[in-house]
Write a protein that binds this ligand. Structure first.
Ligand SMILES: [Zn+2]
Length: 98
């Protein structure tokens, strides 16, 4: 089974809208945001692997620059897709061609 996880800041713990995310950015908390986003992504990956141990997992970083997740902290059982352009946007499962 192949599982696609598309991750955006808005919706992570404590980030309910663009406004909260922007406020944290302005306060210099971008590193905290990236950690929260990466931690929640790892939680989702763990849930998938608990349910389907052999799952192939693709994670699409889908917020703004699409370079927010911390690759060094992301579960290595997943493949990270970051950057743009992507033909299918947030739901693209292959790397950008550029
Ligand atoms: Zn976003």
């Amino acid at each position: 089974m192949k599982v696609h996880i598309s991750v955006d800041y808005e919706g992570c713990a404590g980030i309910f809208s663009w406004i909260e995310r922007s406020d944290m950015d302005m306060g210099g908390h971008l590193a905290i945001l990236r950690k929260i986003m990466t931690g929640e992504t790892n939680a989702a990956i763990s849930g998938v692997l608990d349910a389907v141990p052999g799952a192939e997992i693709v994670v699409a970083d889908s917020h703004e620059t699409a370079r927010n997740l911390l690759p060094e902290e992301l579960n290595p059982r997943s493949e990270l897709i970051g950057g743009w352009p992507r033909a299918l946007g947030m739901v693209e499962s292959t790397r950008p061609s550029t």
